[in-house]
Design a protein around this ligand. Structure first.
Ligand SMILES: [Zn+2]
Length: 142
């Protein structure tokens, strides 16, 4: 029951991810389901990831609720632990994370840090990847 609520709570963001998945599928991308998460690789969204975003630059993967968009299947595998932390964050905060994440970046910037690298949500994901893999896992993931 609790797991269903987590999906419902995150669903508004997951819906954005599903729309991105449709765009990816329609532009040559691949979809797969892994541990209750829809993973998307390739297609037009992958080009956006490679182009990058302010502060982070190019990224290998991006999480939108229960959808993870990656530049490739390999990128999805390499970033899975990190991105699953973001899935858990969406389960905890729901659509609020779309506001809280940039606010955390702003707080990091005000404190003299980088809005992406020093963002508390990114630090949490990097810490988890480090615990599992023994390596930072921070490179090129959002
Ligand atoms: Zn991240």
């Amino acid at each position: 029951m609790l797991q269903i609520l987590r999906y419902v709570w995150a669903f508004p963001v997951t819906l954005l991810g599903m729309l991105t998945a449709l765009v990816a599928r329609g532009s040559g991308g691949t979809l797969q389901r892994v541990e209750g998460v829809l993973e998307v690789a390739g297609g037009w969204p992958a080009r956006v990831l490679r182009r990058g975003f302010p502060f982070s630059g190019a990224v290998a993967a991006l999480t939108l609720g229960h959808v993870v968009v990656g530049e490739s299947l390999n990128a999805l595998a390499e970033t899975r632990v990190h991105e699953r932390v973001h899935v858990r964050q969406f389960e905890r905060w729901g659509v609020l994370l779309l506001v809280l994440y940039p606010l955390a970046g702003l707080v990091a910037w005000i404190r003299g840090g980088n809005p992406y690298h020093d963002n508390r949500f990114e630090r949490e994901a990097r810490t988890a990847a480090l615990a599992v893999r023994g390596m930072p896992g921070q490179s090129r993931t959002v």
